[in-house]
Design a protein around this ligand. Structure first.
Ligand SMILES: Nc1nc2c(c(=O)[nH]1)N[C@H]1C(S)=C(S)[C@@H](COP(=O)(O)OP(=O)(O)OC[C@H]3O[C@@H](n4cnc5c(=O)[nH]c(N)nc54)[C@H](O)[C@@H]3O)O[C@H]1N2
Ligand SMILES: Nc1nc2c(c(=O)[nH]1)N[C@H]1C(S)=C(S)[C@@H](COP(=O)(O)OP(=O)(O)OC[C@H]3O[C@@H](n4cnc5c(=O)[nH]c(N)nc54)[C@H](O)[C@@H]3O)O[C@H]1N2
Ligand SMILES: [Mo]
Length: 726
């Protein structure tokens, strides 16, 4: 549909949900004659949104018009120490710590302080911290990147979510592409591997259901009995962090029984012989010991997977939030190459489709501006999964040197809530509490992180600004149009960094670009107005604005991305044997190595339980957790630790008992939920705002800053704990 259509006194505006989710839904917003949004609905014309919204976004107007929205820039009052202010929404609490100021005052004060810190400690002592509060292309990373490059601020390595799996998939295939949702109904076997489809990717679910009506089986491999697992034909409750072993065991059986597609292997892959040699050691008996499954289950899964055609694997990022999660993703990603599943419509695998969106990112982010900064070069890179270490010695791992040089003196947070979502929360919060750290937070709500801010700036929601968006779960380019005026004095990320650049005296014209101009730059049109980006040549800025969503076009066809070669790896083939890893002196083949924090690791005697600090189905990471309607949907699991009856009994714990969970990094007080959703030896709890959790800390006070084998990413799911009744 067009950007906006008028029906009587109402306008219907095409927007795109910009929360960090594979689905990137088309959302039609009905706006009344007073300019107020009165309804949101999924666009029935969008083939993946299919006219429905998830439970979180169906209630979106509660968020947009929440009385808890930040409406004005705020400055910390003199003498008020940084730290938790108490529950959000308790009217007036924030005004005990902050005073409202004008945008002019806020921008002037922040620009001058940043420049002063840059002059005194060097610009790299300024650290931007952002992730995916919005995944709109402009809101996620555009004017902000320009500003921080020009300033010479540190760069951020954005590893908190998907780097391990993303890089691992690319080691095998060269590119993040996958089987589109629309092809899933043709599949006869759907393997959800570390993927809670119903919970975190619900717009794939109707396609799964359609496949099942056509006779497909759904198998879920997950250490937790998710909604998806409960709805499956077979739930395989694997031990956390052991997926590489299972994938190698499946390969062992497939090759032993000759179930591979040798023609596809010969034509498309590299390193079959050494891989065959490697998997010989992964017998079903050995893999059963590691994974907690039986040899018969492993054999059955291998046979079912290799002989059912088409078969598709929906891997999500759960597998790779583990110390050796990169290798696990690599090994799983090799399975459809071994069985030739890519040759069949409805077969293959899906992890992320983001590799298909080849924006003109140099024009959007302008890394060249770093040459005009006082550094005269690109700044150093700080890993966001090591924020504790970047800010304080408390985050230092055994055997590691002290934090960076120069020390971080300013932290600029937007699109993120690190005090809740970053690992090793106690180190992060100790860092945020440093009186010498200047902290600015651009936010919609008074989160765990704003409690530590010197300045809080009000941010818009996706209804209140214009953006362009790809997706990591489908192949549609979309334009999201501003539907309503900004609530209060909130402003978009683009506006904020454009203003700050001007206050800092940056005269490059790009700092004056409007969102519409930046959408054009992202599309990079030729003289006829058509995009020059691969796959977008049929798109113009006008056609996108008029149509809302337009599917990418691939010469090779999107439905079977790796049906034929070459693939963009060093050898041009799907790499079982990674030439990149070999060149780096690392093991070029997948192997199972137990995570340090696992029942097979050195600390298992002290901390015998493997902890899953999970996402909530009704929040988006920490987003939505402050809204009553969303909290009600999580009521049965809020502040609960799910523990198996055997582990509970061994500790004298009964359902509803107050319990303490701890390791060397922190302690959490929750209530026991005795449940068979987890196996013995595994406990689980949900991510929530720390200040809404009794004791003021959340699950990330227990997680570590250890990084993954590939991609230097966070390892939330490699965490050991002990539990006792209090
Ligand atoms: N409702 C909702 N939707 C979301 C989000 C949310 O918070 N809530 N978050 C969004 C974000 S940021 C992302 S990145 C995406 C992707 O999110 P997902 O990758 O789906 O995220 P997770 O829930 O972390 O992991 C999926 C499943 O992996 C399981 N798992 C954990 N460890 C292991 C393991 O060792 N092996 C196996 N096989 N499974 C394991 C978990 O129990 C979980 O059920 O979802 C997005 N969508
Ligand atoms: N224990 C545990 N920790 C985890 C995870 C887990 O599964 N378990 N998952 C990890 C993963 S996969 C991810 S992706 C990260 C997510 O970490 P974050 O990206 O920090 O995600 P959110 O918690 O959703 O916080 C995003 C914030 O951005 C704000 N925001 C939204 N839109 C805008 C905007 O346009 N402008 C500005 N300035 N702000 C905006 C929202 O209000 C929200 O507070 O968390 C990680 N942390
Ligand atoms: Mo994520």
């Amino acid at each position: 549909m067009a950007a906006a259509t008028q029906t009587g006194p109402f306008r219907i505006v095409y927007t795109v949900c910009s929360h960090d989710c594979p689905d990137s839904c088309a959302v039609l917003v009905t706006v009344n004659s007073e300019g107020r949004a009165v309804k949101v609905q999924g666009d029935p014309a969008h083939p993946v949104t299919q006219g429905f919204l998830c439970g979180k976004v169906a209630k979106y107007l509660d968020r947009v018009y929440s009385p808890q929205r930040i409406l004005h820039p705020l400055r910390r009052k003199p003498g008020i120490p940084k730290g938790p202010l108490g529950k959000t929404g308790e009217k007036g609490r924030e005004l005990e710590a902050f005073e409202p100021i004008t945008w002019d005052e806020a921008l002037a004060a922040i620009a001058s302080r940043l420049q002063q810190i840059a002059a005194t400690h060097g610009p790299e002592s300024i650290l931007p911290y952002s992730y995916a509060g919005t995944i709109g292309l402009l809101g996620y990373g555009s004017m902000d990147r320009r500003f921080f490059h020009r300033l010479g601020a540190s760069q951020l390595d954005r590893t908190i979510c998907a780097e391990a799996g993303g890089q691992a998939f690319k080691l095998v295939y060269g590119k993040k592409l996958g089987t589109p949702n629309e092809e899933f109904p043709k599949s006869r076997l759907i393997l959800a591997w570390g993927a809670n489809i119903h919970g975190t990717n619900v717009h794939l679910w109707p396609f799964v259901e359609q496949a099942r009506r056509n006779g497909a089986r759904l198998i879920v491999i997950d250490p937790y009995r998710t909604r998806t697992a409960a709805l499956a034909d077979w739930h395989i409750s694997i031990r956390p962090g052991t997926d590489a072993a299972l994938a190698l065991g499946l390969m062992h059986v497939i090759l032993r029984e000759g179930l591979q597609d040798q023609h596809y292997i010969d034509e498309m892959t590299h390193g079959f012989a050494p891989l065959s040699e490697r998997v010989r050691a992964y017998t079903p008996e050995r893999v059963a010991q590691i994974t907690g499954l039986t040899p018969a289950e492993i054999e059955q899964l291998a046979r079912e997977y290799a002989t059912t055609k088409p078969a598709v694997i929906r891997m999500n990022y759960g597998v790779q939030r583990s110390e050796n999660g990169g290798t696990a993703v690599r090994a799983i990603a090799m399975l459809p190459a071994l069985t030739g599943a890519w040759r069949h419509l409805g077969g293959g695998a899906q992890l992320s489709m983001s590799g298909a969106f080849q924006w003109n990112s140099a024009a959007i982010e302008r890394p060249d501006l770093a040459l005009a900064s006082p550094l005269g070069r690109l700044a150093r890179v700080v890993n966001m999964s090591r924020l504790g270490h970047a800010l304080t010695e408390l985050g230092t791992l055994p055997g590691e040197g002290p934090a960076n040089n120069p020390r971080v003196h300013a932290l600029f947070v937007y699109n993120s809530n690190p005090a809740a979502i970053a690992p090793n929360q106690n180190a992060v919060r100790a860092g945020l509490q440093r009186p010498d750290l200047f902290t600015v937070v651009h936010e919609q709500f008074l989160t765990d992180t704003t409690d530590y801010a010197d300045f809080v700036l009000p941010a818009t929601t996706f209804l209140e600004h214009t953006d362009i968006q790809g997706a990591y779960g489908h192949y549609f380019v979309q334009q999201s149009n501003q539907a309503i005026a900004p609530v209060g004095e909130s402003r978009s990320n683009v506006w904020l960094f454009s203003q700050l650049a001007q206050r800092c005296g940056f005269t490059e014209p790009c700092f004056g670009d409007t969102p519409e101009e930046m959408i054009r730059q992202a599309l990079n049109p030729d003289a006829t107005g058509h995009s020059q980006n691969p796959g977008m040549e049929h798109i113009t800025a006008e056609s996108l604005a008029a149509e809302g969503h337009i599917h990418l076009q691939f010469p090779e066809g999107a439905a079977r991305p790796f049906q034929s070669g070459p693939v963009p790896t060093p050898t041009g083939r799907i790499e079982f044997y990674s030439e990149t890893l070999a060149a780096a002196g690392e093991d070029p083949l997948p192997a199972f190595i137990p995570p340090t924090e696992s029942r097979l690791g050195p600390d298992a005697a002290r901390f015998p339980l493997e902890f899953l600090p999970r996402k909530a189905d009704n929040y988006m990471n920490s987003t939505f957790a402050n809204l009553d309607g969303h909290r009600k949907m999580e009521a049965t699991t809020n502040h609960r630790l799910e523990i198996h009856p055997a582990d509970a009994a061994a500790r004298g714990i009964q359902d509803g008992d107050p319990i303490r969970i701890w390791n060397d990094r922190g302690t959490l007080n929750l209530t026991a939920l005795v449940s068979e959703k987890v196996n013995p030896g595994v406990v689980a709890s949900r991510l929530d705002w720390a200040k809404l959790t009794p004791g003021g800390q959340n699950v990330n006070s227990l997680t570590s800053e250890r990084l993954t084998d590939i991609g230097q990413a966070a390892t939330f799911y490699s965490t050991l704990v002990e539990v006792a009744k209090v």
